[in-house]
Design a protein around this ligand. Structure first.
Ligand SMILES: *[C@@H]1O[C@H](CO)[C@@H](O)[C@H](O)[C@H]1NC(C)=O
Ligand SMILES: *[C@@H]1O[C@H](CO)[C@@H](O)[C@H](O)[C@H]1NC(C)=O
Ligand SMILES: *[C@@H]1O[C@H](CO)[C@@H](O)[C@H](O)[C@H]1NC(C)=O
Ligand SMILES: *[C@@H]1O[C@H](CO)[C@@H](O)[C@H](O)[C@H]1NC(C)=O
Ligand SMILES: *[C@@H]1O[C@H](CO)[C@@H](O)[C@H](O)[C@H]1NC(C)=O
Ligand SMILES: [Zn+2]
Length: 513
C-alpha cells in the first residue's frame, strides 16, 4: 500500500525526479562536497593546524589502528569506558592499548590539580597512617579525623578521645579489613556510584568530608613534605613534568603542636620541587595558585586577596596567582566578590586569576554567570568552563583573548555534571579548536593517577573517532604554552618536551602492526 494514497504519488514522483536532476547536474558532486566539509572540519579541530612529520604520520597510523579496533569492539560489546562511570570503567581502561600508549606519552604539564589530592590514597593508608604518633577519632557524625602528636593530646571537641593507631591496630583481628575501611574513607571510589551517590549534594558532601579527614594527615609537616614529593613522583612517572597546583595553604603543624604560616608552606613547596628536580632529569617544577573557598564572605576574601598579593610579591616565581575553589553551585558568585577581586587592579598590582567558573549544569543562574566575570576579571585560564558553550558571547570573547579552559573529564563525570563523556560539552570546543588543556583536578580522590586517565577519556570519549595524534600533540603543547612559565622557561620546557615527544613517536612508529 502506498502511503498517502495514490493521488499524491505523481506529485511525489516529479519532486524526486527534480531532486535527482539537480544532484546529477550540480557543479560539485556529493563526494567532493563531503570531502571539502570533512577537510574543513579537520583543520578546525584542536590540533588540526599541525602538520605531522613523516615519523609522526607512521605513529599516528599505529595509534589510530588501535583506537579504531577498540572503538569497534566497544560498539560490538556495547561497553565503552568513556560512556561508563569511571569507577566501573577503570579496570577496562587499564587494559586498553591506547591507554598504555597515553601513559608513555609526554603530556607536558598538569595545570589544574589541587594540593591534597595529588598522591595516591593507598600510600596515605599504607605509609602515613603507619607512622609513629598517628591518632584518629570518629566524630559523632561518624567522620574520621587524624592527628600526629606526642604525647597524646586532650580529646577534640568533636570526638570522645584520640586513639593511637599503633595501639589500636595491635588489638584488631583483621588489620587489612580496617585499612580497607580507611581507604574507603579517603576516596569516592565505590562499586555502585549511581546508587551510593544519588545526587550532587550527596557526592559533594562526601567529597568535602574526604578533604577534612585527610587534612590531619597531609598537614603534618614531615608528611607534608613527603606528600608533595610523592605527588610529583606520581605525575613524573605518568610523563608529566611540570605542575601548577591550586593550594589553600592551610596551617601545617609539627608533632609538638607548633603551627607554620603560609610562607613556610610556599617555601616548602619550592624546596621540595627543587630537591625533586635534582633527582629527576627533565622535571621543570611546580607553581602554586593560592586558593580560598567560595563559601567565605567577601570580607574574608578581601583578606586572602591581600595574602595572595603578599605571597606573589615575596615568591614571584612560585606563586602564580589566585583562585576560588569549592562547589560553585552552593558558593558565592564571582560577581558577589567583585569588590575584593578588583583590589589588585585598583592598586595597579598584577595578580593573575585562574578562576574555576561554569562548573555547573544550572544554566542562567548567578553561578552560571561566573563565566562572564571570569572573562571580565581577565582570568588567565578558566577552570572547567563546563558551561562555556551555553555562552556564545563569552566564548567568542575569551577565544579572542586566547583564554584557555582546563578540562577535567573524570572530575565532571564523578561530580555528576555529565554521565556519558561523549556528551561532554568540551566535544564542541574541541571540534572547533578552542584552546584547552586536559587535567585531572583531584585524581587521588577519584582513584585516578597523574593525567593519563583523563587523557584517555578526552581522546576516546570527548574527541571521538576524529581525535588523533595531532589532537594529543596540541594538548601537550598547550599545557606548556598556557602555563605561567616565563617565555624563556617555556622555550626550555618545549625543548625538553620535544626530545621526549620524538622518542615517544619513534617508539610508537616502530610498533609492529
Ligand atoms: C614511608 O615512606 C617513606 C619514604 O617516603 C619511608 O622513608 C618510610 O619508611 C615509610 N614509612 C612507613 C611506615 O612505611
Ligand atoms: C581480612 O579481611 C580481608 C579483606 O576483607 C580478607 O580478604 C581476609 O581474608 C581477612 N583475613 C582474615 C584472617 O580473616
Ligand atoms: C571509615 O572508617 C571507619 C573506621 O574504620 C569505618 O567504621 C567506616 O565504615 C568507614 N567509612 C566508610 C564509608 O567506609
Ligand atoms: C564574615 O565571616 C566571618 C567568619 O564567619 C565573620 O566573623 C564575619 O562577621 C563575616 N563578615 C561579614 C561582613 O559578614
Ligand atoms: C582586565 O583587563 C582590562 C584590559 O587590559 C583592564 O582594563 C582591566 O582593568 C582588567 N581588570 C582586572 C580586574 O584586572
Ligand atoms: Zn578544581
Amino acid at each position: 500500500m502506498l502511503m498517502g494514497g495514490p493521488s499524491v504519488w505523481p506529485a511525489l514522483l516529479s519532486l524526486l525526479l527534480a531532486v535527482a536532476a539537480s544532484f546529477f547536474c550540480s557543479a560539485i558532486p556529493i563526494d567532493e562536497a563531503r570531502s571539502q566539509l570533512l577537510m574543513r572540519e579537520k583543520t578546525m579541530q584542536l590540533g588540526g593546524q599541525l602538520v605531522l612529520k613523516k615519523e609522526e604520520e607512521l605513529a599516528n597510523e599505529r595509534l589510530m589502528a588501535l583506537k579504531k579496533a577498540e572503538m569497534k569492539q566497544a560498539m560490538e560489546t556495547q561497553k565503552f569506558p568513556p560512556s561508563m562511570h569511571f569507577f566501573q570503567a577503570k579496570n577496562l581502561i587499564e587494559k586498553s592499548e591506547v591507554f598504555n600508549i597515553l601513559k608513555k606519552m609526554p603530556k607536558g604539564a598538569a595545570l589544574h590539580v589541587h594540593d591534597i589530592s595529588i598522591s595516591s590514597m593507598d600510600w596515605l593508608v599504607k605509609n602515613v597512617t603507619y607512622r609513629p604518633h598517628c591518632h584518629f577519632c570518629l566524630t559523632r557524625n561518624g567522620i574520621l579525623m587524624f592527628k600526629f602528636a606526642y604525647p597524646t593530646p586532650p580529646s577534640p571537641a568533636e570526638c570522645s578521645e584520640w586513639i593511637l593507631l599503633e595501639k589500636y591496630r595491635k588489638k584488631l583481628y583483621n588489620v587489612t579489613e580496617f585499612d580497607n575501611s580507611l581507604l574507603s574513607n579517603f576516596t569516592l571510589m565505590t562499586k555502585n556510584p549511581e546508587v551510593t551517590y544519588a545526587n550532587q549534594d550527596i557526592i559533594w558532601s562526601k567529597f568535602e568530608t574526604i578533604f577534612f579527614t585527610i587534612s590531619g594527615l597531609v598537614n603534618y609537616a614531615p608528611v607534608f613534605r613527603d606528600y608533595i614529593f610523592r605527588g610529583l613522583e606520581e605525575f613524573y612517572q605518568d610523563n608529566v613534568f611540570y605542575l601548577e597546583l591550586r593550594a589553600m595553604l592551610f596551617p601545617v603543624y609539627e608533632l609538638n603542636g607548633m603551627i607554620h604560616n603560609q610562607e613556610w608552606s610556599v617555601r616548602t613547596y619550592r624546596e621540595v620541587a627543587r630537591m625533586f628536580a635534582k633527582e629527576h632529569p627533565g622535571f621543570i617544577g611546580l607553581k602554586i595558585i593560592y586558593s580560598d573557598r567560595r563559601f567565605r564572605n567577601v570580607s574574608l576574601i578581601m583578606k586572602s586577596i591581600q595574602t595572595a598579593m603578599m605571597l606573589r610579591t615575596r615568591f614571584p616565581k612560585t606563586v602564580a596567582g589566585f583562585d576560588l575553589v569549592g562547589r560553585e553551585d552552593t558558593g558565592y558568585s564571582l560577581y558577589y566578590y567583585k569588590e575584593a577581586l578588583m583590589i589588585p587592579a585598583l592598586q595597579g598590582f598584577k595578580l593573575p586569576y585562574f578562576f574555576h567558573a561554569g562548573e555547573t549544569d544550572w544554566q542562567g543562574t548567578s553561578i552560571d554567570g561566573n563565566l562572564l566575570d571570569a572573562l571580565i576579571l581577565n582570568s588567565t585560564r578558566i577552570g572547567h568552563a563546563f558551561a562555556l558553550i551555553k555562552h556564545p558571547a563569552v566564548w567568542t570573547e575569551s577565544w579572542k583573548k586566547d583564554i584557555p579552559i582546563e578540562v577535567c573529564p573524570i572530575s565532571n563525570q564523578v561530580l555528576k555534571l555529565v554521565s556519558d563523556l561523549r556528551n561532554h560539552p568540551a566535544a564542541v570546543l574541541m571540534a572547533t579548536g578552542y584552546p584547552m588543556v586536559i587535567s585531572s583536578d583531584d585524581p587521588a580522590v577519584f582513584g585516578a593517577k597523574g593525567l593519563s586517565y583523563d587523557f584517555y577519556e578526552a581522546f576516546m570519549g570527548i574527541g571521538g573517532m576524529t581525535a588523533d595524534l595531532r589532537t594529543l600533540k596540541q594538548l601537550a603543547i598547550n599545557s606548556i604554552k598556557y602555563s605561567t612559565l616565563l617565555d624563556t622557561e617555556k622555550k626550555a620546557a618545549m625543548k625538553t618536551w620535544e626530545e621526549r615527544w620524538n622518542n615517544f613517536v619513534a617508539d610508537l612508529a616502530r610498533r609492529p602492526k
